[in-house]
Design a protein around this ligand. Structure first.
Ligand code: GLN
Length: 204
């Protein structure tokens, strides 16, 4: 059974743990570097990206998480997690004090939907994951304002805004897939984790 960590410093981590268990993962809450030992993948949840980033720094989680990503383990950031995975944040969304892991070649804009539209739901077509639209929830969500050449777009809103991307073993979604009860994204992520966990054995 794949063992998947959910960063549990702040934000919506319990819901990810529940979804992962529903789809057959051994889900573990991660608060300290030792909690990352033996994990096959990691989810960085939604919440408040500056707070999560500062706590990651405080608990010395940045380097071991970067190492997991470099080892090819699937790391998935949702909402605030997307921001933390990004290489940079748009200047107009307060770049100066934003702690970032900088693992994905993307620029994100925090709180991109303005105060009048802090939260909304959207059915997204994501062909690599499902032929049918997937219900999603956006809560003070970011958007991706730039992608590098190695980044694949997984989903856009009807106006073209990029809200889900993948760069190899790294995935970032601007919305909260864990809040809808729809399991397709977590199932798809499990496929990524299973495929990456198999690779070293196949190479032997
Ligand atoms: N607005 C938050 C931030 O900038 C992200 C919101 C969320 O994760 N739901 O960090």
């Amino acid at each position: 059974m794949p063992m998947i960590g959910v960063l549990a410093l702040q934000g919506a981590f319990i819901e990810h743990v529940n979804r992962l268990r529903e789809v057959g993962a051994d889900a573990v809450e991660v608060r300290l570097p030792a909690d990352l030992d033996g994990l096959d993948g990691l989810i960085i949840p939604g919440g408040e990206s500056t707070t999560i980033g500062r706590l990651m720094d405080w608990y010395e989680l940045n380097e071991p998480v970067k190492q997991m990503a470099a080892d090819g383990k699937p790391v998935w950031g949702t909402c605030a997690g997307m921001i933390l995975l990004a290489r940079e944040v748009d200047q107009d969304s307060r770049a100066q004090h934003q702690p970032l892991l900088g693992l994905m070649d993307i620029t994100v804009r925090r709180n991109a939907f303005g105060s009048q539209l802090d939260s909304f739901e959207a059915d997204l077509v994501m062909p690599p994951i499902s032929d049918d639209p997937i219900p999603t929830v956006f809560i003070r969500a970011p958007v991706v304002s730039r992608i590098g050449p190695d980044v694949e777009v997984l989903a856009t809103l009807s106006d073209g805004k990029i809200v889900a991307v993948r760069q190899g073993n790294l995935v970032a979604t601007a919305f909260h897939p864990e809040l809808t009860g729809d399991q397709r994204l977590h199932r798809w992520y499990m496929h990524l984790v299973r495929a990456s966990a198999k690779q070293p054995a196949e190479a032997d």
